[in-house]
Design a protein. Structure first.
Length: 283
């Protein structure tokens, strides 16, 4: 299944993508949120798919929203690709590097990237997003993590490097600016992904390829990350985990390259769909 959301920012409705058509399921479900995932919502949705003709199509003009409702947490894993760690000149981590983004950074896949005031180092990062499928803590094994995932999506972990690295060492303030996490266009349920550790990913700026990678280069794979996180915090249904980025970020170029007003960023992960954003300056 491919779960989508649509409509005005803050008023999105739930739907699915079937044969290239967006279907409106707001008559049956409130939203793709914590309650939906925690009450076996995916199974109920699967039943609805047997008779999709009764549900209306979403008008093509409707905005694409983030593929899940505003999460309780956006948890990120830093330096989780061996080739990205190499380009950054940093040692391979011995255990996952964890930080968080503000949950209000999550926006639609085609919404603008807002370059914050006083920013000169806004950067791009294509990432595999993992949507937590049920409240989870203290997993006993890595294998258990497989049953805790609702699905996967394309995620854009936009970063402001000066805020992140030059302003007291607090990564959160370089990661939590408005619109710094476009998500979607859809959540793909786990049954549609044969091998989550073998997905190609890419990102271009103004048509020039910057990032090219594969999830097989993760230092800590998806299941290991979930198991690890569960030892330190409760993962709630609907939470988003950004699992790291491949090489080719702006910071890694010599000299570094950063986003500016009117730049166009496009990104894609195999099987999970593509995004496109225009960069605008904050008011």
């Amino acid at each position: 299944m491919k779960l989508i959301r649509f409509g005005v920012l803050g008023q999105e409705k739930p739907g699915v993508l079937i044969n290239g058509e967006r279907k409106d399921l707001s008559s049956v479900f409130n939203d793709w949120d914590k309650d939906f995932f925690n009450t076996n919502g995916l199974k109920k949705l699967d039943e609805c798919l047997k008779n999709m003709a009764v549900y209306p199509n979403v008008d093509k003009s409707e905005r694409w929203g983030a593929c899940v409702a505003r999460p309780g947490k956006v948890i990120c894993i830093g330096l989780n690709y061996s080739d990205h760690a190499e380009e950054s000149g940093m040692a391979i981590p011995k255990e996952p590097i964890i930080f968080q983004k503000g949950s209000n950074t999550v926006v639609g896949p085609y919404d603008d990237i807002i370059i914050p005031r006083n920013s000169e180092k806004t950067d791009w990062e294509v990432e595999l997003g993992v949507i937590v499928g049920k409240d989870t803590k203290y997993l006993n094994s890595i294998e258990e993590a497989k049953g805790c995932i609702a699905g996967y999506c394309t995620s854009h972990d936009v970063s402001e490097r000066a805020f992140q690295l030059e302003r007291g060492g607090q990564w959160t303030k370089g990661k939590s600016c408005d619109n710094f996490n476009p998500l979607g266009p859809y959540l793909v349920t786990t049954d549609e992904i044969n091998d989550v550790q073998n997905l190609n990913m890419k990102l271009t700026v103004n048509g020039v390829q910057k990032q090219k990678g594969n999830t097989g280069y993760m230092i800590f794979d998806v299941y290991r990350v979930i198991h690890h996180l569960s030892q330190f915090m409760t993962l709630e249904a609907g939470d988003i985990i950004n699992t790291g980025t491949p090489p080719g970020v702006g910071l890694g170029f010599n000299p570094p390259q950063y986003l500016k007003e009117n730049d166009i960023v496009e990104l894609e992960i195999e099987g999970l769909g593509s995004q496109k954003q225009t960069c605008v300056n904050a008011f």
